[in-house]
Design a protein around this ligand. Structure first.
Ligand SMILES: Cc1ncc(COP(=O)(O)O)c(C=O)c1O
Length: 369
């Protein structure tokens, strides 16, 4: 059986380190806001070349808290894409704001040519999604945002380590929002998220919002003003255990990105079936291949055949957001490429510890269909 994602090989490789660190946290007597979190926040900021950063409970929270920190709510409009994961949109809706969707290009990223026309008086924020591990064209997005005085929140959930024009994603917008859900490029063994920012004000605000609105000048002294909220916040903490796991796994990030790119190259070179369209890798950007997403009119036949061979492939994502019951909106009639791609795309495994013989088997069967 070949799964679309599996963490067991990785866990077995680093098991001793993980168990030792969890044991250390549990014996240390501090389960939240301790030295593992401090260390991880510093580590993650360093690899992303960002000034400030706050670890939070999930990628969804990272987006939600970024919007809250910008005071986005009822009456405001946020622009993003409909081929993203549900949480990009659920985070927007949870603030009370409305969402406006823009169609995508053939690289599965926001179609910047359609962006300017969609901006209205209500538009306050743009959320470009660096989907599947590839950066959006931030140069063009920044130009438009500046012209209309809009803030940019980057959805970096699928693209830790990705770069645009040699600059880390998450450093272009007012915030960069990351997820450490286990399947991600840097995944915990549970939930986790992160907000990067170059604004001290936003940093301080999100730091309060993640912990019931209490002032947290220094996370090791969070008890200074214990049980005193200066504003309404929420609970979005990262535990010491998850931070300690991430402190170990972050050391493998570059090596894992290299491996993901190597796997993508194997697919690029190996897939010869003319019915399968391979992904576009844009210039001036480091694609980190969270997913290797191909498209085919014959998706149903291909997935059926693969399943017969005990290869389970994923579809990220089969339903555009505006077509789902929760977010249904007939207003969005121009998302033609989004809707077309949703019917054709499927993902090939890129997790770093998949064995080469499995990739070769996937390629061989894909070519035989
Ligand atoms: C594009 C995108 N945005 C946001 C999120 C939300 O992250 P999380 O699952 O950590 O809340 C995810 C992950 O599922 C994602 O893929």
């Amino acid at each position: 059986m070949i799964k679309s994602w599996d963490y067991l090989n990785e866990y077995l490789l680093i098991k001793d380190k993980i168990q030792k660190s969890i044991d250390g946290v549990l014996k240390g007597g501090n389960l939240f806001f301790g030295k593992e979190l401090d260390k991880f926040e510093k580590n993650f900021l360093k690899i992303n070349n960002a000034k400030y950063g706050v670890a939070v409970g999930s990628g969804t929270d990272a987006i939600y808290l970024s919007l809250k920190a910008l005071n986005i709510g009822y009456g405001d409009e946020v622009i993003t894409v409909a081929n993203t994961a549900i949480p990009t949109v659920s985070a927007i809706i949870s603030t009370g704001a409305t969402v406006k969707f823009i169609d995508i290009g053939n690289d599965f990223l926001i179609n910047i040519n359609k962006l300017e026309k969609a901006i209205s008086k209500k538009t306050k924020v743009l959320i470009p999604v660096h989907l599947y591990g590839q950066s959006c064209n931030m140069k063009k997005i920044i130009k438009i945002a500046k012209k209309y005085k809009l803030k940019i929140i980057e959805d970096c959930a699928q693209a830790q380590g990705a770069k645009f024009m040699n600059k880390n994603i998450g450093t272009f917008g007012i915030t960069g929002c990351f997820s450490f859900y286990p399947t991600k490029i840097l995944g915990a063994y549970g939930d986790g998220g992160f907000v990067t920012t170059n604004s001290k004000k936003i940093f301080q605000k999100i730091k309060r919002l993640r912990f019931y609105g209490m002032e947290q000048s220094d996370s090791s002294k969070w008890w200074n003003k214990r049980y005193y909220a200066v504003e309404n916040g929420t609970n979005s903490r990262m535990s010491e255990i998850q931070a300690s796991i991430l402190n170990i796994k972050i050391k493998y990030l570059n090596q894992n990105i290299k491996r993901r790119r190597e796997i993508a190259k194997m697919y690029n070179d190996g897939i010869k079936n003319p019915c399968i369209i391979k992904p576009i890798e844009n210039k001036n950007n480091l694609h980190v291949y969270h997913l290797y997403v191909v498209a085919s009119k014959n998706r149903k036949t291909i997935l059926k055949k693969m399943k017969k061979e005990k290869i389970i492939l994923g579809i990220q994502y089969p339903y555009p957001i505006h077509k789902m019951k929760a977010y249904k909106n007939s207003k969005f009639k121009n998302l033609t490429n989004t809707e077309k791609q949703a019917k054709k795309i499927f993902s090939l495994p890129t997790y770093p510890l998949i064995e080469n013989y499995k990739i070769k088997k996937i390629i061989k069967i894909l070519n035989s269909i």
